[in-house]
Design a protein around this ligand. Structure first.
Ligand SMILES: [Zn+2]
Length: 353
């Protein structure tokens, strides 16, 4: 198989226009691959607010300020496609991200005001994405703990209702976890987002396992943030060890688990579990070009899902790597960008995605 040569690093996200797949048009990065399918992004978020703070999720702004803002520094950061995606961030960029997450989450101020539905939809249009799965996180810290309701409400009020699938989130240690999950199921939610770091709990914790058991009973799926990203506080890293993901996937073999970030820095650990458990799907967000190539050569490519982790990063950051790895392999590309996601979603949705 002959593949074209591509640069392994560019300057800033906008530097991705150096690749033959993208162009800058009207100041925006746009994909220019003619035969791309209408794709599905399985890993997106809106602005994450907690407690009394609010943002206008229906506001449209000319630019998005990503949480890892490669174009926001002068000069722009080096976007290195051979590294795990957060490897592009300087210390200063990571400190900036932490400040933005905090003031955004607590006060609804700063870059979070650009993490809105019209902004995500506009970027999906630029990148030829038809649909996206939104992943809220119940944090069990501040009341109201209602990110799920806020995002669903925004989607329902927007003009993009049919383009977004909102998962729900229940904190495993919420005393009403099981009741809340039942209500979500009744309202049509098809799965939960589980985040060991943000929720400060291990996947194999008794409370997590009880929640997964109920998801299994209700016929839902579980999207898990999987693996250490290397930038989280040390104290949470224990929850993210890939060994801790084995018990859930083995105990509930009929229920699909999506490993978001595909194990992140422990991609080999995640790959091993996915190869041994047919209910595990790899959400490939963040993985480098070399790691994607290895994964594709070793794994069942029917269980790979595209994700961007917007608004941490632009859609193009992940799309570029998939287009490089799948250059000359359209069938594989279309599985990763849309068909696998459609097949998984079809098990849960009454109308096809
Ligand atoms: Zn995420």
């Amino acid at each position: 198989l002959r593949t074209r040569w591509f640069p392994s690093e560019v300057q800033g996200y906008k530097g991705l226009a150096e690749l033959p797949f993208f162009e800058i048009q009207d100041g925006r990065l746009k994909v220019v691959v003619q035969d791309l399918p209408a794709s599905i992004d399985f890993h997106t978020h809106l602005g994450m607010v907690a407690g009394p703070a609010t943002i206008d999720y229906l506001w449209e702004t000319p630019e998005v300020h990503y949480l890892i803002d490669c174009d926001g520094t002068d000069p722009p950061c080096t976007f290195d496609m051979t590294d795990y995606v957060n490897g592009i961030a300087t210390e200063e960029m990571l400190a900036q991200m932490e400040r933005e997450v905090l003031i955004g989450g607590l006060f609804g101020k700063g870059s979070i005001q650009t993490h809105t539905l019209p902004n995500l939809a506009a970027e999906m249009d630029d990148m030829k994405f038809d649909k996206a799965v939104l992943l809220p996180i119940a944090m069990n810290l501040l009341k109201p703990d209602d990110m799920t309701e806020r995002w669903k409400d925004a989607v329902d009020k927007s003009e993009f209702k049919e383009r977004f699938i909102v998962l729900c989130s229940v904190h495993p240690k919420d005393p009403d976890a099981i009741t809340k999950l039942g209500h979500y199921k009744d309202q049509g939610y098809i799965g939960i987002k589980f985040h060991p770091m943000t929720q400060r709990i291990s996947p194999d914790d008794e409370a997590s396992m009880e929640l997964f058991e109920e998801c299994d009973k209700l016929g839902m799926m579980v999207f898990m943030h999987a693996g250490p990203t290397g930038i989280e506080p040390e104290i949470f890293r224990e929850h993210l060890r890939m060994e801790k993901y084995v018990a859930p996937v083995e105990t509930f073999p009929e229920m699909p688990f999506v490993f978001g970030h595909s194990g992140a820095r422990d991609w080999e650990g995640a790959l091993k579990i996915a190869m041994e458990n047919e209910n595990v799907w790899l959400g490939i967000h963040g993985q480098s070009v070399p790691h994607l190539r290895t994964t594709i050569s070793q794994f069942d490519n029917e269980r790979l899902l595209f994700g961007s982790d917007w608004p941490f990063y632009p859609l193009a950051a992940s799309l570029a790597k998939v287009l490089i790895v799948c250059d000359g392999r359209k069938a594989l590309r279309d599985k990763i960008l849309v068909q696998n996601a459609q097949r998984l979603l079809a098990r849960f949705l009454t109308t096809p995605a």
